[in-house]
Design a protein around this ligand. Structure first.
Ligand code: SAH
Ligand code: SF4
Length: 346
Protein backbone atom coordinates (compact mmCIF):
# COMPACT_ATOMS: atom_id res chain seq x y z
CA UNK A 1 0.00 0.00 0.00
CA UNK A 2 1.39 3.47 -0.88
CA UNK A 3 1.48 6.23 1.71
CA UNK A 4 -1.92 7.80 2.30
CA UNK A 5 -0.24 11.09 1.33
CA UNK A 6 0.08 9.79 -2.22
CA UNK A 7 -3.70 9.70 -2.68
CA UNK A 8 -5.57 12.61 -4.22
CA UNK A 9 -9.04 13.53 -2.88
CA UNK A 10 -10.83 11.28 -5.39
CA UNK A 11 -8.61 8.28 -4.63
CA UNK A 12 -9.12 8.76 -0.90
CA UNK A 13 -12.90 8.94 -1.33
CA UNK A 14 -12.78 5.81 -3.50
CA UNK A 15 -10.71 4.02 -0.88
CA UNK A 16 -13.29 4.81 1.79
CA UNK A 17 -15.88 3.07 -0.38
CA UNK A 18 -19.34 3.20 1.16
CA UNK A 19 -18.48 5.72 3.87
CA UNK A 20 -20.45 8.98 3.59
CA UNK A 21 -18.78 11.61 1.43
CA UNK A 22 -18.00 13.96 4.35
CA UNK A 23 -15.83 11.26 5.94
CA UNK A 24 -13.27 11.59 3.17
CA UNK A 25 -13.24 15.34 3.76
CA UNK A 26 -12.68 14.86 7.49
CA UNK A 27 -9.79 12.48 6.89
CA UNK A 28 -8.35 14.81 4.27
CA UNK A 29 -8.53 17.83 6.58
CA UNK A 30 -7.01 15.89 9.47
CA UNK A 31 -4.12 14.76 7.30
CA UNK A 32 -3.29 17.85 5.27
CA UNK A 33 -4.61 20.85 7.23
CA UNK A 34 -4.07 19.67 10.76
CA UNK A 35 -1.14 17.35 10.06
CA UNK A 36 -2.52 14.62 12.33
CA UNK A 37 -1.47 10.99 12.41
CA UNK A 38 -4.31 8.79 11.13
CA UNK A 39 -5.02 7.39 14.57
CA UNK A 40 -5.45 10.92 15.96
CA UNK A 41 -8.11 12.23 13.57
CA UNK A 42 -10.80 12.28 16.23
CA UNK A 43 -13.50 13.69 13.93
CA UNK A 44 -13.61 10.20 12.40
CA UNK A 45 -15.15 7.20 14.25
CA UNK A 46 -12.64 5.00 16.06
CA UNK A 47 -13.22 1.93 13.90
CA UNK A 48 -12.48 3.71 10.65
CA UNK A 49 -9.53 5.52 12.17
CA UNK A 50 -8.03 2.22 13.28
CA UNK A 51 -8.68 0.58 9.93
CA UNK A 52 -6.91 3.39 8.08
CA UNK A 53 -4.00 3.44 10.50
CA UNK A 54 -3.52 -0.29 9.88
CA UNK A 55 -3.87 -0.02 6.11
CA UNK A 56 -1.51 2.93 5.85
CA UNK A 57 1.28 2.51 8.37
CA UNK A 58 3.68 5.44 8.62
CA UNK A 59 6.59 5.24 6.18
CA UNK A 60 8.91 6.65 8.84
CA UNK A 61 10.16 4.97 11.97
CA UNK A 62 12.14 7.22 14.31
CA UNK A 63 15.61 5.72 14.74
CA UNK A 64 17.16 8.71 16.45
CA UNK A 65 16.01 12.11 17.63
CA UNK A 66 18.33 14.90 18.75
CA UNK A 67 17.96 18.57 19.57
CA UNK A 68 20.33 21.54 19.61
CA UNK A 69 20.27 25.35 19.63
CA UNK A 70 18.26 25.16 22.87
CA UNK A 71 15.64 23.01 21.20
CA UNK A 72 15.15 25.31 18.20
CA UNK A 73 16.79 22.74 15.90
CA UNK A 74 15.71 19.15 15.89
CA UNK A 75 17.03 16.32 13.78
CA UNK A 76 15.35 12.98 13.20
CA UNK A 77 16.94 9.93 11.70
CA UNK A 78 14.16 7.86 10.14
CA UNK A 79 14.36 4.21 9.21
CA UNK A 80 12.31 3.31 6.14
CA UNK A 81 10.49 0.02 5.48
CA UNK A 82 13.53 -1.56 3.81
CA UNK A 83 15.99 -0.43 6.48
CA UNK A 84 17.36 2.56 4.53
CA UNK A 85 17.87 5.62 6.74
CA UNK A 86 17.33 9.31 6.04
CA UNK A 87 17.42 12.53 8.02
CA UNK A 88 15.03 15.42 8.46
CA UNK A 89 15.80 18.68 10.26
CA UNK A 90 13.29 21.11 11.77
CA UNK A 91 14.42 24.67 12.45
CA UNK A 92 12.31 27.16 14.39
CA UNK A 93 12.96 30.88 13.99
CA UNK A 94 11.09 33.91 15.30
CA UNK A 95 9.32 34.48 12.00
CA UNK A 96 9.17 31.02 10.42
CA UNK A 97 9.39 27.30 10.98
CA UNK A 98 11.37 25.46 8.32
CA UNK A 99 11.78 21.78 7.63
CA UNK A 100 14.73 20.49 5.63
CA UNK A 101 13.77 17.24 3.89
CA UNK A 102 15.73 14.44 2.24
CA UNK A 103 14.85 13.49 -1.34
CA UNK A 104 17.05 10.38 -1.51
CA UNK A 105 18.66 7.98 0.95
CA UNK A 106 22.26 8.98 0.32
CA UNK A 107 23.38 10.75 -2.84
CA UNK A 108 25.20 9.65 -5.97
CA UNK A 109 26.76 13.02 -6.79
CA UNK A 110 29.88 12.54 -4.70
CA UNK A 111 30.61 16.16 -3.74
CA UNK A 112 33.85 15.88 -1.80
CA UNK A 113 32.98 18.19 1.12
CA UNK A 114 29.51 16.74 1.82
CA UNK A 115 28.88 13.91 4.29
CA UNK A 116 25.95 12.60 2.25
CA UNK A 117 28.10 12.51 -0.87
CA UNK A 118 30.88 10.74 1.02
CA UNK A 119 28.50 7.99 2.11
CA UNK A 120 27.17 7.22 -1.39
CA UNK A 121 23.74 6.43 -2.78
CA UNK A 122 21.21 3.98 -1.37
CA UNK A 123 17.95 4.74 -3.19
CA UNK A 124 15.38 7.31 -4.29
CA UNK A 125 12.60 8.22 -1.87
CA UNK A 126 8.94 8.00 -2.86
CA UNK A 127 6.50 10.93 -2.84
CA UNK A 128 4.97 9.55 0.35
CA UNK A 129 8.33 9.27 2.09
CA UNK A 130 9.10 12.91 1.38
CA UNK A 131 5.63 14.28 2.22
CA UNK A 132 5.61 12.26 5.44
CA UNK A 133 8.83 14.01 6.53
CA UNK A 134 7.05 17.35 6.05
CA UNK A 135 3.94 16.25 7.91
CA UNK A 136 5.90 14.64 10.74
CA UNK A 137 7.71 17.95 11.24
CA UNK A 138 4.43 19.90 10.97
CA UNK A 139 2.96 17.74 13.72
CA UNK A 140 5.97 18.33 15.92
CA UNK A 141 5.99 22.10 15.24
CA UNK A 142 2.35 22.54 16.31
CA UNK A 143 0.84 24.82 17.54
CA UNK A 144 3.15 26.84 15.31
CA UNK A 145 2.45 26.37 11.63
CA UNK A 146 5.21 24.82 9.59
CA UNK A 147 5.83 27.61 7.08
CA UNK A 148 8.77 26.59 4.87
CA UNK A 149 10.00 23.44 3.19
CA UNK A 150 13.53 23.26 1.80
CA UNK A 151 14.87 20.32 -0.22
CA UNK A 152 18.33 20.59 1.30
CA UNK A 153 18.60 17.35 3.24
CA UNK A 154 20.13 14.16 1.92
CA UNK A 155 20.09 13.62 -1.80
CA UNK A 156 19.84 15.52 -5.05
CA UNK A 157 16.19 16.49 -5.60
CA UNK A 158 16.56 16.91 -9.36
CA UNK A 159 18.03 13.41 -9.66
CA UNK A 160 14.70 12.21 -8.19
CA UNK A 161 12.83 14.56 -10.47
CA UNK A 162 9.36 13.07 -10.68
CA UNK A 163 9.11 12.74 -6.91
CA UNK A 164 10.34 16.26 -6.24
CA UNK A 165 7.80 17.71 -8.66
CA UNK A 166 5.06 15.52 -7.17
CA UNK A 167 5.83 16.67 -3.64
CA UNK A 168 6.00 20.37 -4.54
CA UNK A 169 2.73 20.11 -6.44
CA UNK A 170 0.98 18.48 -3.48
CA UNK A 171 2.36 20.95 -0.94
CA UNK A 172 1.16 23.78 -3.13
CA UNK A 173 -2.28 22.36 -3.86
CA UNK A 174 -3.04 20.70 -0.53
CA UNK A 175 -1.13 22.90 1.94
CA UNK A 176 -1.40 26.17 -0.03
CA UNK A 177 2.35 26.71 0.08
CA UNK A 178 3.74 29.27 -2.34
CA UNK A 179 7.08 29.81 -4.09
CA UNK A 180 8.47 31.88 -1.24
CA UNK A 181 7.96 28.93 1.08
CA UNK A 182 9.23 26.10 -1.10
CA UNK A 183 12.91 25.89 -2.01
CA UNK A 184 14.57 23.19 -4.07
CA UNK A 185 18.35 23.09 -3.89
CA UNK A 186 20.23 21.46 -6.74
CA UNK A 187 23.86 20.74 -7.38
CA UNK A 188 23.27 21.87 -10.97
CA UNK A 189 21.62 19.17 -13.09
CA UNK A 190 21.30 21.53 -16.07
CA UNK A 191 18.71 19.68 -18.21
CA UNK A 192 16.53 19.06 -15.14
CA UNK A 193 16.62 22.79 -14.27
CA UNK A 194 15.35 23.54 -17.76
CA UNK A 195 12.63 20.93 -17.53
CA UNK A 196 11.62 22.25 -14.11
CA UNK A 197 11.41 25.79 -15.49
CA UNK A 198 8.70 24.59 -17.87
CA UNK A 199 6.60 22.92 -15.14
CA UNK A 200 5.27 26.28 -13.95
CA UNK A 201 5.53 25.22 -10.31
CA UNK A 202 5.67 27.76 -7.50
CA UNK A 203 9.14 27.23 -6.09
CA UNK A 204 12.42 28.97 -5.40
CA UNK A 205 15.49 27.43 -6.96
CA UNK A 206 18.84 27.39 -5.18
CA UNK A 207 21.90 26.22 -7.11
CA UNK A 208 24.88 24.91 -5.16
CA UNK A 209 27.67 26.67 -7.01
CA UNK A 210 30.69 26.68 -4.62
CA UNK A 211 33.13 27.60 -7.38
CA UNK A 212 32.85 29.75 -10.50
CA UNK A 213 35.80 28.34 -12.41
CA UNK A 214 35.61 24.85 -13.91
CA UNK A 215 38.89 23.63 -12.51
CA UNK A 216 37.90 24.15 -8.87
CA UNK A 217 34.28 23.15 -9.42
CA UNK A 218 35.33 19.89 -11.10
CA UNK A 219 37.11 19.02 -7.87
CA UNK A 220 34.36 20.01 -5.46
CA UNK A 221 31.33 18.96 -7.49
CA UNK A 222 32.08 16.04 -9.84
CA UNK A 223 28.84 16.68 -11.76
CA UNK A 224 30.53 19.81 -13.11
CA UNK A 225 32.51 17.59 -15.49
CA UNK A 226 29.23 16.63 -17.10
CA UNK A 227 27.51 20.02 -16.90
CA UNK A 228 30.25 22.64 -16.69
CA UNK A 229 29.66 26.23 -15.64
CA UNK A 230 28.79 27.42 -19.15
CA UNK A 231 26.08 24.76 -19.48
CA UNK A 232 24.77 25.53 -16.00
CA UNK A 233 24.65 29.22 -16.85
CA UNK A 234 22.48 28.55 -19.87
CA UNK A 235 20.07 26.53 -17.69
CA UNK A 236 19.92 29.35 -15.14
CA UNK A 237 19.18 31.86 -17.89
CA UNK A 238 16.34 29.67 -19.05
CA UNK A 239 15.02 29.44 -15.46
CA UNK A 240 14.98 33.23 -15.18
CA UNK A 241 13.45 33.83 -18.58
CA UNK A 242 10.71 31.26 -18.04
CA UNK A 243 9.80 31.81 -14.39
CA UNK A 244 10.89 35.44 -13.73
CA UNK A 245 11.81 34.24 -10.28
CA UNK A 246 14.93 35.11 -8.35
CA UNK A 247 17.62 32.48 -8.33
CA UNK A 248 20.05 31.91 -5.51
CA UNK A 249 23.52 30.42 -5.37
CA UNK A 250 24.83 28.47 -2.40
CA UNK A 251 28.51 28.85 -1.68
CA UNK A 252 30.08 26.83 1.16
CA UNK A 253 33.19 28.79 2.10
CA UNK A 254 36.24 26.53 2.26
CA UNK A 255 39.50 27.82 3.65
CA UNK A 256 41.99 28.53 0.86
CA UNK A 257 39.82 26.85 -1.78
CA UNK A 258 36.98 29.20 -2.72
CA UNK A 259 37.38 32.13 -0.32
CA UNK A 260 40.16 33.95 -2.16
CA UNK A 261 39.83 37.35 -3.82
CA UNK A 262 40.03 35.63 -7.18
CA UNK A 263 37.13 33.32 -6.23
CA UNK A 264 35.15 36.36 -5.07
CA UNK A 265 35.55 38.11 -8.44
CA UNK A 266 34.69 34.95 -10.36
CA UNK A 267 31.54 34.53 -8.28
CA UNK A 268 30.56 38.17 -8.69
CA UNK A 269 30.98 37.94 -12.48
CA UNK A 270 28.99 34.72 -12.69
CA UNK A 271 26.17 35.96 -10.45
CA UNK A 272 25.91 39.43 -12.02
CA UNK A 273 24.47 38.39 -15.38
CA UNK A 274 21.86 36.23 -13.63
CA UNK A 275 21.09 38.79 -10.90
CA UNK A 276 21.39 35.89 -8.49
CA UNK A 277 21.31 36.16 -4.73
CA UNK A 278 24.29 34.52 -3.01
CA UNK A 279 24.03 32.53 0.23
CA UNK A 280 27.36 32.04 1.92
CA UNK A 281 27.55 28.98 4.18
CA UNK A 282 30.68 28.60 6.30
CA UNK A 283 31.77 25.01 5.55
CA UNK A 284 30.52 22.58 8.15
CA UNK A 285 32.91 19.84 9.21
CA UNK A 286 32.46 16.34 7.77
CA UNK A 287 34.48 13.23 8.54
CA UNK A 288 35.80 12.61 5.03
CA UNK A 289 37.03 16.07 4.06
CA UNK A 290 39.83 17.43 6.10
CA UNK A 291 39.82 21.00 4.88
CA UNK A 292 38.57 23.71 7.19
CA UNK A 293 35.76 26.16 6.83
CA UNK A 294 36.66 29.80 6.30
CA UNK A 295 37.22 31.64 9.58
CA UNK A 296 34.56 34.12 10.51
CA UNK A 297 36.59 37.29 9.92
CA UNK A 298 37.25 36.17 6.33
CA UNK A 299 33.58 35.22 5.86
CA UNK A 300 32.76 38.79 6.80
CA UNK A 301 35.36 40.23 4.40
CA UNK A 302 34.19 37.97 1.59
CA UNK A 303 30.66 39.11 2.10
CA UNK A 304 31.58 42.81 2.13
CA UNK A 305 33.74 42.30 -0.97
CA UNK A 306 30.84 40.74 -2.84
CA UNK A 307 28.55 43.55 -1.79
CA UNK A 308 31.03 46.09 -3.11
CA UNK A 309 30.97 44.20 -6.39
CA UNK A 310 27.21 44.67 -6.49
CA UNK A 311 26.14 41.18 -5.39
CA UNK A 312 23.12 40.59 -3.19
CA UNK A 313 24.46 38.36 -0.41
CA UNK A 314 23.55 36.81 2.94
CA UNK A 315 25.50 34.62 5.32
CA UNK A 316 23.55 31.54 6.33
CA UNK A 317 23.90 30.64 9.98
CA UNK A 318 25.02 27.15 10.85
CA UNK A 319 22.09 25.70 12.72
CA UNK A 320 22.49 22.23 14.17
CA UNK A 321 26.26 21.83 13.85
CA UNK A 322 26.68 20.14 17.21
CA UNK A 323 24.25 17.36 16.24
CA UNK A 324 25.53 16.98 12.65
CA UNK A 325 22.29 18.48 11.39
CA UNK A 326 23.85 21.41 9.53
CA UNK A 327 24.22 21.64 5.73
CA UNK A 328 26.27 18.80 4.34
CA UNK A 329 26.53 16.88 7.58
CA UNK A 330 23.63 14.51 7.03
CA UNK A 331 24.83 10.94 6.77
CA UNK A 332 22.21 9.09 8.84
CA UNK A 333 24.75 7.65 11.25
CA UNK A 334 22.86 6.73 14.38
CA UNK A 335 25.90 5.85 16.48
CA UNK A 336 28.72 8.25 17.26
CA UNK A 337 30.93 9.12 14.28
CA UNK A 338 32.98 5.95 13.67
CA UNK A 339 34.72 7.53 10.68
CA UNK A 340 35.88 10.50 12.63
CA UNK A 341 37.40 8.32 15.32
CA UNK A 342 39.33 6.35 12.69
CA UNK A 343 40.70 9.53 11.21
CA UNK A 344 41.82 10.80 14.57
CA UNK A 345 43.54 7.54 15.44
CA UNK A 346 45.84 7.74 12.41
N1 SAH B 1 21.91 17.97 -3.28
C1 SAH B 1 21.40 19.28 -3.16
C2 SAH B 1 20.64 19.54 -1.88
C3 SAH B 1 21.22 18.99 -0.60
S1 SAH B 1 22.72 19.69 0.00
C4 SAH B 1 22.50 20.29 -3.33
O1 SAH B 1 23.67 19.92 -3.29
O2 SAH B 1 22.19 21.45 -3.53
C5 SAH B 1 22.21 21.21 0.74
C6 SAH B 1 23.29 22.28 0.73
O3 SAH B 1 24.35 22.00 1.67
C7 SAH B 1 23.98 22.43 -0.63
O4 SAH B 1 24.11 23.78 -0.95
C8 SAH B 1 25.32 21.80 -0.36
O5 SAH B 1 26.28 22.22 -1.28
C9 SAH B 1 25.60 22.25 1.04
N2 SAH B 1 26.68 21.52 1.71
C10 SAH B 1 27.09 20.26 1.48
N3 SAH B 1 28.12 19.94 2.31
C11 SAH B 1 28.34 21.03 3.07
C12 SAH B 1 29.25 21.31 4.14
N4 SAH B 1 30.10 20.39 4.59
N5 SAH B 1 29.20 22.52 4.71
C13 SAH B 1 28.31 23.45 4.29
N6 SAH B 1 27.41 23.24 3.30
C14 SAH B 1 27.43 22.04 2.69
FE1 SF4 C 1 24.62 15.24 -3.02
FE2 SF4 C 1 24.14 17.84 -2.56
FE3 SF4 C 1 25.84 16.46 -1.00
FE4 SF4 C 1 26.51 17.05 -3.51
S1 SF4 C 1 26.15 18.51 -1.84
S2 SF4 C 1 26.78 15.06 -2.51
S3 SF4 C 1 24.58 16.87 -4.53
S4 SF4 C 1 23.66 16.12 -1.20
Amino acid sequence: MPSIYELDPAALAAHLGDEPRYRAEQVWRGLWDEGLALGDITTVPTGLRRRLAEEFPSALEVANDVASDLGATRKWVFRLHDGATIETVLMSYADRVTVCVSSQAGCAMGCTFCATGQAGFTRHLSVGEVVEQVMFAARYAAPRRLSNVVFMGMGEPLANYRVTVGVVRRLHEYRAMSARHLTVSTVGVAPAIERLADEGLPLTLAVSLHAANNETRDELVPLNRRYPLERLYAACERWLATTSRRLSFEWALIDGVNDTDRAMHELADYAAGLRAHVNLIPLNPTPGYLVRGTRSSRVHEFRLGLEELGVNVTVRNTRGRSIDAACGQLAAVTNAHPTRVTLRAR
